[in-house]
Ligand binder design. Structure first.
Ligand SMILES: [Zn+2]
Ligand SMILES: [Zn+2]
Ligand SMILES: [Zn+2]
Length: 208
């Protein structure tokens, strides 16, 4: 088996802000301009093929990594390394025999934290059977409900009548119950409610 550590992000094609890809996502939501960006399958198969080729040629020793900028479908910043998956909390390596597609979650033998193990998705297996599984790509769907966001009600006053608006973070256009004007929430408040996703490291396990 071969292993890679990956840290990947693109620039949003609409607003140019950084958007992390914390797994082989098929779509990603830009937290800055709210665009939904489609990531074509070829994008991932190309990246995995390049990385695997380099590892197979022996150009990357275990523990060694590279970073690159790719100008293609997206403006991509990619960091990858020849690295067996490890616990992101304490840095302890997982053992090779623990890395099986049906593991579900892996418990770190040192700190007890769990990492998610997921089999390669169907579309990827068809195109690229060497990719066996992923570690730490828990957020495979991009509609993760905003874990670090502000919770509880927020008071924002209607700029027209000064009444308190109910802001729940679901809709950026909030109707005022008193004067019926629709208030578009300013960037600062909206970003507090929907903080940008941060980049995390994830791993790919290749067969053979
Ligand atoms: Zn954007
Ligand atoms: Zn640990
Ligand atoms: Zn009002």
């Amino acid at each position: 088996m071969r292993y890679t550590l990956i840290e990947c992000g693109i620039k949003c094609p609409k607003c140019d802000n950084p958007v992390p890809l914390n797994g082989p996502w098929e779509t990603v939501h830009c937290d800055h301009c709210q665009a939904d960006i489609l990531i074509p399958h070829d994008y991932w198969t190309d990246i995995f093929a390049d990385i695997l080729e380099e590892i197979n040629k022996g150009e990357l020793e275990a523990g060694e990594g590279r970073s690159s900028t790719i100008w293609g479908t997206f403006n991509t910043t990619l960091m990858y390394g020849n690295q067996i998956p490890y616990c992101l909390d304490c840095g302890t390596d997982f053992t090779a025999d623990a890395l099986t597609p049906d593991a579900g979650t892996l418990k770190c033998t040192e700190c007890g934290e769990t990492s998610v193990v997921s089999p390669s998705p169907e579309w990827l297996r068809e195109e690229y059977p060497q990719v066996k599984l992923f570690v730490n790509t828990a957020l495979l769907s991009s509609d993760d409900p905003n874990p670090e966001g502000v919770s509880g009600p927020i008071v924002f006053t209607c700029p027209q009548c000064g009444s308190a608006l109910k802001v729940d973070g679901e809709d950026r256009l909030v109707p005022c119950e008193y004067c019926n004007v629709k208030v578009y929430l300013p960037d600062g408040l909206w970003l507090r409610l929907h903080p940008a996703k941060s980049k995390t490291r994830w791993f790919v396990v290749f067969e053979g």
